[in-house]
Ligand binder design. Structure first.
Ligand SMILES: [Zn+2]
Length: 128
C-alpha cells in the first residue's frame, strides 16, 4: 500500500514531468488524478493534538471528512468496498492523497487539543 521509494522520489519533485504523470496514471488510474487534485486543492490536513502529541490525517471529500491512517486505513466507503471486501485495489484515493501530500509537504497543519479530538473523532470515525 505504500508508494515505492522511486515513486516517492518522483512525487517529491516540485514539478511532475509528463512521463511521471503518465507513469502514475497507468499504475493508479483515475485515483491518481483525483488524489493529486485534492492535494492541490489543499484538502489534506494533519491535526496535531496537545498534550498527547498524537496526530491524525484528514482528507476532505465531497460531503464529509475522512480519517486516514497512513498506508493502512480510510473511513470512506470505497476503501471498505474495494479494498477490504472485493480486494480489487490496494487503496482509495484518500490514502494516495495523504501520501502525496506528505511527500510534497502540501498539507495544512492544524493545532488542536485532546479534548477537541474526542468530539472530532465522533464524526471522523463514522464509516457510512
Ligand atoms: Zn478513502
Amino acid at each position: 500500500m505504500a508508494l515505492s521509494p522511486i515513486e516517492a522520489k518522483k512525487l517529491s519533485q516540485e514539478n511532475l514531468t509528463q512521463s511521471d504523470i503518465d507513469y502514475f496514471r497507468d499504475k493508479y488510474g483515475k485515483k491518481f488524478v483525483r488524489a493529486l487534485r485534492v492535494v492541490e486543492e489543499k484538502k489534506v490536513s494533519k491535526y496535531q493534538f496537545k498534550p498527547s502529541d498524537s496526530t491524525t490525517w484528514i482528507v476532505k471529500g465531497k460531503s464529509r471528512q475522512y480519517l486516514v491512517i497512513p498506508q493502512t486505513y480510510c473511513t470512506c466507503r470505497s476503501f471498505y468496498q474495494e479494498v477490504v471486501i472485493s480486494r480489487e485495489s490496494s487503496m482509495c484515493y484518500h490514502l494516495l492523497a495523504q501520501q502525496i501530500a506528505e511527500i510534497r509537504e502540501q498539507y495544512e497543519t492544524i493545532a488542536s487539543t485532546d479534548t477537541a479530538r474526542r468530539k472530532l473523532y465522533v464524526d471522523w470515525r463514522r464509516t457510512d
